[in-house]
Design a protein. Structure first.
Lengths: 290, 290
């Protein structure tokens, strides 16, 4: 596996790969790999000639009071794991190289963001739009891979690719979970032992909400309230949101008659966790987002 | 010369050109070609395997009271002229194809726009950023060509390409003028006979301003005032602005000791004309913007 650390070198390398008529599958990450990341690389490996994985903890998508400095990092282990699953190039640019000076161009999105994480993390998705536009132009992938744990991110990237005509296929893959159901996340290491036990209740509560939909409940407010109650009762965390919205449009619905997301975010002492389920109108899980 | 009218077809065609390892020179235009446009295509022809020219009168870059509906159009003549100078592909997408629905992604720029045309045309450069990002992703050029008559546009595209890492070389070529000095512009056809005669004074006044710099004047305010006085005295037009700024940063300077732009915009009855000179600190014309 090649390791590339500069934007120039990566851009040149990508152009030469494309000149050889090879396809590139791209997995953008912030590193500290878990099974979720690795599942994206494995799928990318199946569907493309080469897999490029980037590790870049993007300062632009962190708010002033967020965990940019404490975001977990482990380059050496990441490189080993990426190599094991067959990544061909690991791209790890520096912040100065990605942002040599203050950005003049600003990107924003006027839909899909005034809900869920967009509401409590102002500027977060704008930062993601910017860094992904840059990475797409540097790496020029044919396909790009994201995990559905970050379902709102997937909806935002979908808007970006559509609206700006990036010639890239967006592939969204299922959330990978621990044996007890907790969604895998780099931030899980920041949970205390007690919190780690409680954290299983995010997924349990969402599954409980799903049961309501299966049983014919059509009112989002009732389901949101039930899910929130469980998380509040069973954890020491503070609920940021529990929301049920259309997906991927992320609009409020008053009646469940389409594909929806049931999502939550919970603040623990040193980690804010998120999780979600994508459901059909009958409450069954959506297997494949298209 | 091929004519392509859909985004899908153009994007597919470009990918196949790149797979053949051929380079693409791209000339984005709003059509109604004059010598200025043709000079860009001729240069693109010299420097690339294929030349793609687009004609798209982009509604996003026109304000509500601007001349979108009256912008001159002549597809047939444009096609003939583009063919004559060796364009290989003429891309003329429809508005519905470029903007199938309201854009979710917004692009803006926080420098280089609160001056010159950016001040009197709010939203103009935002619209240009959006349409060019789309066209760059559809056509995937190696180089793209712009005329220096639209010097602020060149500065904005320079910011776009730099900030978002588009792997595209921006080439800016000199303004093409009529025999009497008037900058060629598609909008010149909207001048009355009397206005057409007066319009030569934009260039004459700028040349007069240049003379001041050559003679050692270092104070932008004095030069701006002189240029404005001439245009007001010699034309029936209404001066939108006369400004002298650093280039391409487009910042106010209190003392001329670097590359600058001396630019003007003048409203006539049915046309708003612009013109500029790019000058070295000693007042000599800058031949090649890099």
């Amino acid at each position: 596996m090649e390791i590339i650390r500069t934007v120039n070198e990566m851009q040149t390398r990508s152009l030469s790969i494309l000149q050889d008529n090879k396809t590139i599958g791209f997995v953008p990450t912030m590193g500290f790999f878990h099974e979720g990341h690795l599942s994206l690389m494995k799928e990318a490996k199946k569907e493309n000639d080469l897999v490029v994985t980037s590790i870049f903890v993007n300062p632009l998508q962190f708010g002033p009071n967020e965990d940019y400095d404490n975001y977990p990092r482990n380059e050496k282990m990441d490189a080993e794991r990426a190599k094991e699953v067959g990544a061909d190039i690991l791209f790890m640019p520096g912040v100065r190289d990605m942002y040599p000076k203050k950005m003049m161009i600003d990107m924003s999105i006027n839909e899909r963001v005034n809900v869920l994480c967009g509401r409590s993390r102002p500027g977060h998705f704008e930062g993601i739009l910017t860094v992904l536009s840059k990475l797409f132009n540097i790496i020029k992938p044919n396909k790009t891979y994201f995990g559905m744990k970050d379902a709102q991110q997937v909806a935002v990237v979908d808007a970006l690719v559509q609206d700006l005509n990036f010639p890239i296929e967006l592939v969204a893959l299922p959330t990978i979970r621990e044996a007890d159901g907790l969604a895998k996340s780099s931030r899980n290491v920041n949970l205390s032992k007690a919190e780690r036990k409680e954290a299983i209740w995010l997924h349990k509560a969402l599954k409980h909400g799903q049961r309501f939909v299966v049983d014919g409940e059509k009112n989002p407010a009732i389901i949101e309230k039930e899910v929130k109650k469980i998380i509040e009762n069973e954890t020491s965390g503070s609920v940021d949101y529990v929301e049920l919205l259309s997906y991927p449009e992320l609009k409020n619905v008053s009646f469940i008659d389409q594909q929806v997301i049931l999502a939550t975010a919970v603040f623990f002492e040193r980690a804010r966790l998120i999780d979600n389920l994508i459901l059909n109108a009958d409450g069954s899980l959506v297997k494949q987002i298209k």
